[in-house]
Design a protein around this ligand. Structure first.
Ligand code: ADP
Ligand code: MG
Length: 237
């Protein structure tokens, strides 16, 4: 779905550019769940912003479905982002004055989707996340887990090819976090979306197909020991 090659990114702090990504490589596949771990400040959000076409790298190449889009202009990136990429943020970023229904419909208004199609898509995705009964409520009337499910519904309503989630479970309790991640993975699989999640929440790791660690601006695969660790320990007789 998306391939990043030799990505470099630095932020200018005072006079000096501070490199955050150096020669970062990442491939995200349709229907697969990729997690990115690393300490705070290691560049996870910077990388996700590049994956989500919110920010441009200083150098390197970005391929979308095999096509090099690195030098596509702002309008082309915006169109791709609006049509094909869904975002989920730590703080949910719901619009407080709008109902659940309208929050979820919002990305489809941006792409000028016909109203009948919007109604069908919103109803379907609210049912998928189990929030049909909450459609007329406002975000401040919901629990944290329900708000995060609204955020998932909003990210999925356009059936995006790519879902970018930055610390999606940081503010959720154990059970809610697991439910939310399970739901995200199931929906993404059924829609064939690629998912990339930045997290330092170990609870997510059993759900991922690929795990990478940020290391001095590079992205290193983590050996598949996580699934091994999560395998139930055999009882000794
Ligand atoms: P993470 O998400 O892993 O915590 P970030 O990508 O947010 O890491 O940040 C990586 C580094 O880049 C940090 O040192 C952070 O202070 C710095 N940084 C992030 N955004 C900016 C910005 N807009 N301007 C300057 N420095 C930034
Ligand atoms: Mg971050």
């Amino acid at each position: 779905m998306l391939t990043l090659q030799h990505i470099a990114k630095a932020y200018r702090v005072g006079a000096l550019p501070q490199p955050v990504l150096r020669d970062a490589e990442l491939t995200l596949h349709a229907g697969e769940f990729t997690a990115l771990v690393g300490p705070s400040g290691s560049g996870k959000s910077t990388l996700l912003n590049i994956c989500g076409l919110i920010d441009r790298p200083d150098s390197g190449h970005i391929h979308w479905q095999g096509q090099d889009i690195t030098h596509h202009n702002h309008a082309e990136w915006t169109q791709l982002r609006r049509n094909a990429i869904g975002f989920i943020f730590q703080g949910f970023n719901l619009i407080p004055v709008m109902t659940v229904w309208d929050n979820v419909a919002y990305p489809l208004w941006l792409t000028h989707t016909p109203q009948a199609e919007i109604d069908d898509a919103v109803a379907a995705v609210l049912q998928a996340v189990g929030l049909t009964d909450m459609a007329r409520k406002r975000p401040d009337e919901l629990s944290g887990g329900q708000r995060q499910r609204v955020a998932i519904a909003r990210a999925l309503v356009k059936r995006p090819n790519l879902i970018v989630a930055d610390e999606p479970t940081a503010s959720l309790d154990q059970d809610t976090a697991l439910n939310v991640i399970q739901l995200l993975r199931e929906l993404a699989r059924s829609y064939g979306s690629a998912v990339v999640v930045a997290t330092h929440d170990d609870r997510l790791l059993p759900f991922c197909d690929h795990l990478y660690r940020m290391d001095h601006g590079r992205i290193l695969p983590v050996p598949n020991q996580i699934n091994h660790v999560q395998t139930p320990i055999e009882e000794t007789a």
